[in-house]
Design a binder for this molecule. Structure first.
Ligand SMILES: *[C@@H]1O[C@H](CO)[C@@H](O)[C@H](O)[C@H]1NC(C)=O
Ligand SMILES: *[C@@H]1O[C@H](CO)[C@@H](O)[C@H](O)[C@H]1NC(C)=O
Length: 381
């Protein structure tokens, strides 16, 4: 009906009607993508002199959240976990994610019991979600930082909506802000659960960038100039805060903005490998190195329900994707090695939450308590 009105007053009253309707009926903004303009959204992350600087709130949160650790080579590292969350993700997804990170406990400095939930910084993407995140912070000890953009939907970020592409601007800015502060960044999508502490594994590898990837037999101990020629998944990605890694992320963010400005779709996932390989190709592996994590240890749902089986698979070949007969569990010999299970390709955020809980139950049933197969790490003060 509103579309039929023509005069300014009528359009104004129509506009007011919609504003009131949206306020009284929150689901009016609910599940629909907002159809935000991608060039405008991209620009909102930039100032005239470059990408916007980290907020004081972010700087404080990173300083409080960072965890000083000894790596496998005897060096001190400071690592922070980072994630991003929107209104819909605070309905359930983050509660499962953080309850699970809290289960990954370890002995902290001075012998005090600590856990991973207390070392994650969450950038909150939607306005009005701050209190929900603050409630989780009170419960789990995580850190919430406002990174709100009015353009984002309060609903599910449907794949290939403009909101969905906009996640990439938030993700690159979040990673860059962490690296700029000189800490190691483990960026995690919130749609995953952990069974073992991944930090000792990451801190025993030398590459500047470690990312999860499709089911394929490759090494992850040697720092490489390129990733294996298969899909990576940046829902689990780790960076050392080197000058060149930081530069690579900055250039990646700029590339995404340029794509948006051309009127094309800027997808962080499909540009990531090109962005970092372009830099390592220019400056050599000495200045920027990378590796793809073993896919059988860091599985995700796009592979299938039981991850990746590399037993007997020749080097540099694709692995097998075991199926799961309804009512049965995955092979214990595969599950025993899992660090996490990540749930891309699994429907909306509430469906992902169900799956995350289901995989926790399966792990408890088949292997044992969450974190029972973690190895200790040395926390410094
Ligand atoms: C989204 O916005 C674009 C440009 O503003 C417009 O052409 C398109 O029709 C809109 N789509 C929807 C579904 O509203
Ligand atoms: C956390 O650990 C407890 C105790 O083993 C278990 O009951 C619970 O399901 C776990 N939850 C998650 C989300 O990992």
């Amino acid at each position: 009906m509103c579309l039929l009105h023509d005069t300014f007053e009528m359009r104004l009253s129509c506009f007011m009607f919609l504003v009131v309707a949206a306020a009284l009926w929150p689901s009016a903004r609910g599940n629909a993508p907002t159809n935000v303009s991608l060039p405008d959204l991209a620009n909102s992350y930039w100032s005239d002199s470059g990408l916007k600087m980290p907020s004081k709130e972010l700087v404080d949160a990173v300083n409080r959240a960072k965890l000083p650790l000894l790596d496998a080579f005897g060096h001190r590292r400071e690592i922070v976990l980072m994630s991003i969350g929107s209104e819909f993700a605070f309905q359930r997804l983050f509660d499962v994610f953080l309850a699970n990170l809290q289960n990954i406990s370890f002995t902290g400095a001075n012998g005090i019991q600590d856990n991973l939930a207390r070392h994650i910084v969450v950038n909150v993407m939607t306005p009005g979600s701050a209190e929900k995140c603050a409630g989780l912070a009170a419960k789990y000890g995580c850190y919430c930082v406002s990174f709100a953009n009015d353009a984002f939907t309060l609903g599910n970020f449907h794949v290939f909506s403009n909101d969905f592409y906009g996640i990439g601007f938030t993700k690159t800015a979040t990673i860059l802000d962490g690296l700029t502060l000189g800490v190691d960044v483990l960026f995690l999508d919130a749609d995953q659960v952990f069974f073992r502490n991944p930090l000792p594994y990451l801190l025993a590898r030398e590459a500047d960038i470690l990312v999860s990837g499709d089911c394929h037999n490759h090494g992850d101990a040697t720092p490489m100039e390129k990733l294996p020629p298969i899909n990576n998944n940046i829902g689990f990605v780790y960076f050392r805060p080197t000058a060149m890694a930081t530069r690579a992320i900055y250039n990646w963010a700029m590339w995404l903005r340029n794509i948006a400005q051309r009127g094309e779709k800027p997808w962080d996932q499909t540009t990531f490998a090109g962005a970092i390989e372009w830099v390592s190709g220019e400056v050599s592996v000495r200045h920027l190195s990378m590796a793809m994590l073993h896919s059988d240890l860091f599985p995700y749902y796009c592979m299938g329900p039981c991850g990746c089986d590399l037993r007997g698979v020749p080097y540099f070949h694709n692995g097998r994707l075991p199926q799961r007969i309804p009512g049965t569990d995955c092979d214990p010999d595969l599950m025993r090695e899992w660090y996490n299970y990540h749930m891309p390709c699994a429907g909306d955020m509430n469906m992902k939450s169900d799956l995350m809980e289901e995989y926790v139950r399966m792990y408890l049933r088949v292997i044992g308590p969450i974190n029972s197969r973690s190895v200790p790490m040395t926390v410094l003060s």
